[in-house]
Design a binder for this molecule. Structure first.
Ligand code: URA
Length: 235
């Protein structure tokens, strides 16, 4: 893919296209033959560009697997407090298209969270029709009863204020106050509201799986870039 140099720079969050001439005097950009690049309009492939000797990171799209710790929100709004985006390189906040979370986890929820700048991936993985399985580990404030398994599986559970019942979900009780819940929807605060609908308060919530992705191998707050899935549409 051949683009203007200033487009590669603005996509990667290095500078805006307007700032590119000044940026290129401050940072040494070179092409595949090691020649200095000073013309923002120069057209080239991303792989040929070096900035102070370093290749561009994720020039064709970014996908990150994060183990979200408690205490961070999934929001770009600084008014909402510390955010998962604070864990990533600061320059990525200026990437264009922007890096966003694939769905959201509550501030107190931990576990696997994907982030990407590829709108098509967000669509693919959050669309209700896609039915991506989410696996949650849940702790609640009082003992669970086996009846809840049938209630959650029934497809008749209504959340407060909603007209459509939840799709069937699979509940596995693994301790007096601990369970695993697998669901394919992603409604607002869904897990907490499903338990609340039957009188339980969720005291701990951890997402152990999102589709094929888990937080395994990552400590809370740690993340890693992932290869883009096959057949990812262009941005
Ligand atoms: N359901 C919730 O209630 N909270 C989350 O963070 C995720 C799912």
């Amino acid at each position: 893919m051949i683009h203007r140099l200033d487009r590669w720079l603005s996509q990667g969050g290095w500078c805006s296209r307007r700032e590119a001439p000044v940026f290129l005097r401050r940072v040494v950009a070179t092409d595949g033959a090691g020649r200095r690049l000073l013309d923002p309009a120069k057209r080239l492939v991303a792989e040929d560009i070096r900035l102070d000797g370093e290749p561009l990171d994720a020039p064709h799209g970014l996908l990150v697997r994060l183990h979200k710790p408690a205490g961070l929100v999934c929001s770009h709004d600084p008014a909402e407090g510390p955010s998962v985006y604070d864990l990533l390189p600061p320059r990525w906040r200026r990437r264009n298209p922007p890096v966003v979370t694939v769905g959201r986890l509550d501030k107190d929820t931990t576990g696997v969270l994907l982030l990407t700048d590829m709108g098509a991936l967000v669509q693919r993985w959050t669309s209700p029709r896609a039915g991506v399985a989410k696996l949650y580990e849940v702790e609640v404030d009082r003992d669970l009863g086996p009846d809840l398994i049938a209630v959650f599986a029934s497809g008749t559970l209504f959340l407060d204020g909603e007209a459509k019942p939840c799709l069937p979900a699979r509940l596995e009780i693994i301790g007096p106050r601990a369970a695993r819940l697998e669901l394919e929807e992603g409604r607002y605060h869904q897990v907490k509201r499903m338990f609340a609908a039957r009188g339980w308060l969720v005291t701990r919530l951890h997402r152990a799986g999102f589709g094929d992705f888990t937080a395994e191998g990552l400590a809370p707050g740690q993340w890693e870039p992932l290869p883009l899935p096959n057949a990812t549409p262009a941005r």
